[in-house]
Design a protein around this ligand. Structure first.
Ligand code: PLP
Length: 397
């Protein structure tokens, strides 16, 4: 039977210390031991179920990580203080000086900047490719390559990665496929499709409240173990751990993720069809004319739709800016970066979340100066929202 992420979460039985229906929050940095030997065993990673110090593991973080692993169908998870904390730790765990990465050129701006500007400090080089061009991926691999990196649905171009095909290439070369699934939790399950490591910014859909930044890494028991090894683990030594008070609040929000994803997707599909009908240059993976539509269909869980992200191209940034100001004024949503919020958020990608990407690379990937990226909200009355958008479009004429 196919892995059902919402069922997997539903079936988790996690109680608090007193039978609380919400797991207890462990507000503690350190933990006592009754026997000294147990402490030294724990340091060597040899005592299951013992907590040592909260930079390594905290029970509240473990509750959240266990639910995330269940959702992804991976052996384990680990939670970080931001999405970038997850991405950078996972990458640094896989790569040594002299190693090489093949990455999608359309990725989150911070990820792009980390690979392009920061990793060369350690002589780790990245070749950026159009991730939908599998020959380009194959040709970019060198004997030093350790990771193929992509996003299930790329930011901000909304390309769809062919995860099974990329996994096959990675396996042929005995390297890792790392997938950022931030845009499509529950909709796409990268690990079930062959990805070795899944990373998230939980700041977005998973938490869905825009009240914090957080991230997660899901993978094998062995990989997570290596990340938090007291002597050599990147996460343990760089210390990007999530605060347990936060992880307990994210855990509660995770239990409504399936309902939210359905509503985000339903509203985005409605707007996409209307925008298309109005003659706008729109990109939404749920529309049959989207380049990645068939691949998306073949690897998605149809219960959760095509996601809440869409973009329209207004050609110039002046037009994009005026349109976004009008939409904010007329209650469509907020002019803000980020995504996965209960209200619609929109931003001009080239000048905001992808501004780390140099202009010539933006041109190469086809990122138009007038691209407005929408994270469609949970609006109950999406028809009314569309009427407001239509009104804003009229005011632009
Ligand atoms: C926001 C985002 C990140 C970075 O996450 P933070 O929580 O802001 O550190 C990484 N990848 C994608 C796709 C994102 O949207």
């Amino acid at each position: 039977m196919k892995h059902d992420p919402s069922r997997a979460i539903f079936e988790m039985k996690q109680f608090g210390e007193f039978g609380d229906v919400n797991p207890s929050i462990t507000d503690s940095a350190t933990y006592t031991f009754l026997q000294a030997k147990t402490m030294s065993d724990t340091f060597h990673g040899e005592s299951e179920g013992c907590f040592l110090y909260s930079r390594h593991w905290n029970p509240s973080n473990k509750y959240l990580a266990d639910v995330l692993a269940a959702m992804e169908g991976t052996e384990e998870g680990w939670v970080t203080a931001s999405g970038m904390g997850a991405i950078t730790s996972a990458i640094l765990q896989c790569c040594n000086a002299g190693d090489h990465i093949v990455s999608s050129v359309t990725t989150y701006g911070g990820t792009f900047a980390f690979m392009q500007n920061y990793l060369p400090k350690f002589n780790i080089k990245t070749t950026f490719v159009d991730i939908t061009d599998l020959d380009a991926v194959r040709n970019a691999i060198t004997p030093e390559t350790k990771i193929i990196y992509t996003e299930s649905m790329t930011n901000p171009m909304l390309q769809i990665s062919d995860i099974p095909a990329l996994a096959e290439i990675a396996n042929e070369h005995n390297i890792k496929l790392m997938v950022d699934n931030t845009f499509t939790p529950m909709i796409i399950q990268p690990a079930a499709l062959g990805a070795h490591i899944v990373v998230y910014s939980m700041t977005k859909f998973i938490n869905g409240k825009n009240d914090c930044v957080a991230g997660a890494i899901c993978g094998t028991h062995e990989f997570i173990g290596s990340l938090i090894d007291v002597n050599s683990g990147t996460a343990m030594l760089l210390g990007p751990v999530l605060d347990p008070l936060r992880s307990s609040s994210i855990l509660k929000n995770l239990h409504t993720l399936h309902i939210r994803m359905q509503q985000h997707s339903k509203n985005a599909m409605y707007l996409a069809i209307k925008m298309k009908g109005a003659g706008l240059k729109i990109s939404y993976p749920g529309l049959p004319d989207h380049k990645g539509h068939e691949i998306m269909k073949s690897q998605m869980n149809p219960d959760f739709g095509y996601g809440g992200m869409l973009s329209i191209d207004l050609i110039t940034s002046d037009k994009a800016n005026r349109f976004m100001e009008l939409m904010e004024m007329h209650d469509v949503g907020y002019l803000a970066v980020s995504l996965g919020y209960f209200k619609t958020l929109f931003s001009n990608s080239g000048k905001s979340t992808s501004s780390e990407v140099p202009q010539d690379v933006q041109d190469d990937m086809g990122l138009s100066a007038g691209l407005v990226r929408f994270s469609v909200g949970l609006d109950h009355d999406i028809e009314r929202t569309w009427k407001s958008i239509e009104y804003c479009l009229k005011m632009m004429e």
